[in-house]
Design a protein around this ligand. Structure first.
Ligand code: PRP
Ligand code: URA
Length: 209
């Protein structure tokens, strides 16, 4: 699928296996999510635009590339996406942070919005939407809908685990965005949880339930 990137780096695969383990506690889980986000972000930001700027080294003045354009926006889908914000900020400390608050109805699995606040001039920024889980795709589609409604044009979506159903839905609804997945899992179960998955990402990151 054009615009869809499934990670194959061994360190990402190894860390995702550790995340899946039910014995992995909250503290380690949170650290792993952040580390995976850094490794994935490095890949997802491979096409950042550059411009040559003048820099004086101790030896001479030269033209040398630096990232150009308006500051990047990282936009977590609350709550679980918060676990990947520092990953992008580690790579691009000047990035602005927006938030999209969505929760899945436990019965219908439909997303419900409760918050949306984005950096100004979102139309001029690369927006990196982060959420560890892409299950039915309802939340990701709704998050990208909001960002587009507010003017977002250049959008990347990063998730750690995707189900085939959600990946198809997001790609078909928003074929213009780039989608980065740490791993593509087998399927959804009857409760729309990803199998084998890692359980409820928000609960495992924040130690709730
Ligand atoms: C989880 C996850 C995604 C969503 C994915 O959030 O972080 O946002 O489910 O499911 P979908 O693809 O079927 O929409 P959840 O709604 O559980 O909220 P939380 O992060 O606050 O726990
Ligand atoms: N949200 C999660 O946190 N986990 C899933 O498997 C599906 C949705």
């Amino acid at each position: 699928m054009d615009q869809v990137y499934i990670m194959d780096h061994p360190l990402i695969q190894h860390k995702i296996s550790m995340l899946r383990d039910e014995k992995t506690g909250t503290n380690e889980f949170r650290k792993l999510v952040e580390e995976i986000g850094i490794l994935m972000g490095y890949e997802a930001l491979r096409d950042l635009p550059l411009e040559d700027v003048e820099v004086t080294t101790p030896l001479e003045t030269c033209m040398t590339p630096m990232v150009s354009g308006k500051k990047l926006a990282v936009i977590p889908v609350l709550r679980a996406g918060l676990g990947m914000v520092n990953s992008i900020l580690t790579l691009v400390p000047s990035a602005k942070v927006g938030h999209v608050g969505l929760y899945r109805d436990p019965e219908t699995h439909e997303p419900h919005e409760y918050y949306c606040k984005l950096p100004e001039s979102i139309d001029e920024r690369i927006a990196v939407v982060v959420d560890p889980m892409l299950a039915t795709g309802g939340s990701a589609v709704a998050a990208v809908d909001f960002i587009k409604q507010k003017g977002g044009k250049n959008i990347k979506f990063m998730c750690i685990i995707a189900a085939p159903e959600g990946l198809k839905k997001l790609h078909e609804t928003h074929p213009d965005i780039q989608i980065y997945c740490g791993h593509l899992d087998r399927c959804l179960n009857a409760n729309a949880y990803i199998c084998p998955g890692l359980g409820d990402a928000g609960d495992r990151i924040f130690g709730t339930k």
